[in-house]
Each structure stands twice: as structure tokens, then as C-alpha cells.
Design a protein around this ligand. Sequence first.
Ligand code: CMP
Length: 141
Amino acid sequence: MTQKTLGMIKPDAVEKNAIGEIIAMIENKNIKIRAIKMTRLTKKSAEEFYSVHKGKPFFNDLVDFMTSGPVVPMILEGENVITEYRKLMGSTDFTRAEEGTIRKKFGSAMEKNAVHGSDSPENAKNEISFFFSAHEELGIF
Ligand code: CMP
């Protein structure tokens, strides 16, 4: 089943000049990048994006970190891409991330885990439209 998901390169990985290597790891898994941009989240937009985590002890640190520099959101497409891309990212906690995963290679802390990926078809749809307009999603201008 061909699906889409929202992938995002976080500020720590952008700062490390790891955008290219992360994109290569994604493309090497035969995942297609259908749209991509660089932008910076405001406090308000980061709070909205991570609203499911509101009230958790790490929420404020997460928002501070996610607004500390640019991010690179991407629309990714492929067979079962939600699961496949989450496998490629590795565990949220980089110390538990498996060999060959993005977080194993680039993660350095619980927040500084290099990348984000949607965890369900419903969240993928919502997170894609959070960052991309309908015509960006269709790839036409
Ligand atoms: P992400 O996949 O972007 O989704 C929510 C983020 O919150 C997660 O990656 C981590 O960066 C961060 N996170 C999740 N759990 C914790 C935690 N226990 N402590 C600190 N940060 C966390």
C-alpha cells in the first residue's frame, strides 16, 4: 500500500550539516521525497504541532528545542512508509536506537533525536497539512 507521511529533520541535525546524509538514508530505502522545505517554527506553531504532548514534563524543553533553529519538513511517499520510515528513524531514545538508523547515527539527547515522523495515517494527514499547502502536496505551482 502506497502511503504518505510527514518526515522532519530537526534543528540539531540541521546544525550538524546532516540534511544531505539523512536525505540519502531516506532515498536509499526507496522512499520518495514528494515535497521539502526549510522553515523555522515559532513557539506558537511548535506548541500546536506537539499539542498531544502538552502537559508532559518534557513539553517546554521540546518546544524550546524545536524553535532553536530551522527544521526541514518533508512529504515522504512509499510502500507502508509510515512504518518503514519509523523503522529507519529508530527508537525515540537515541541510546536505544538500532544500528543503521538515523537516530543511532545523529541523535544526541531525548529531544535532540535528529528527526520526526508521523505515527499513524491520521497524524500523517494532519502533519502534512500543518506544513504544506494543497498545491505543494500535489507538486504543482
Ligand atoms: P518526536 O518523534 O518528534 O515526538 C515527540 C518528541 O518529544 C520526541 O520525538 C522526542 O524528541 C521528545 N520526547 C519524547 N519523549 C521524551 C521524554 N521522555 N523526554 C524528553 N523528550 C521526549
